[in-house]
Design a protein around this ligand. Structure first.
Ligand code: FE
Length: 152
């Protein structure tokens, strides 16, 4: 009889947890693929970027709330949207900071700060320090990652 040593037990435990994780992420991927359009999935779940001046909201200034295209969490209000001429919807602030998180992003040879939905991990865009007053910030957000609801 082979007695399993603590090291073998640890390896088995680690392996099982890695397998469980990958099954979970495959399930999640399938869920998001069925819920989102191809471009929404590519941007929000795979950290893609829509081409500038092509999205629904870069030149759109109706009064309302922008929520996460994946989970519906409120993210931005039209009060803090501004015309940045960068080709993506831009906000200088968010009233819903509890629903937003930031990650360091060193992809594509750049050092940037990624903006994500805190509730579901959707990639929203990046934040830069060249925004207008009062914050000086520019949340540069993909139109396909957000969904607009007018305020009546
Ligand atoms: Fe979300």
């Amino acid at each position: 009889m082979i007695r399993s040593t603590p090291i073998i037990s640890i390896i088995i435990l680690l392996n099982t947890s890695i397998m469980a994780q990958s099954t979970d992420s495959i399930k999640k991927d399938e869920y998001w693929k069925s819920k989102l359009s191809d471009i929404e999935y590519a941007v929000a779940r795979e950290k893609g970027t829509e081409r500038p001046f092509t999205g629904k909201y870069w030149d759109f200034f109706e009064r309302g709330i922008y929520s996460c295209v994946c989970c519906g969490a409120n993210l931005f209000e039209s009060d803090s949207k501004f015309a940045s001429s960068c080709g993506w919807p831009s906000f200088f602030d968010s009233k819903y900071k509890d629903n937003i998180e930031f990650h360091n992003d060193t992809s594509h040879g750049m050092i940037r700060t990624e903006v994500l939905c805190k509730k579901c991990g959707a990639h929203l865009g990046h934040i830069f320090d060249d925004g207008p007053k009062p914050t000086g910030k520019r949340f540069c957000i993909n139109s396909v990652s957000i969904k607009f609801t007018p305020i009546k």
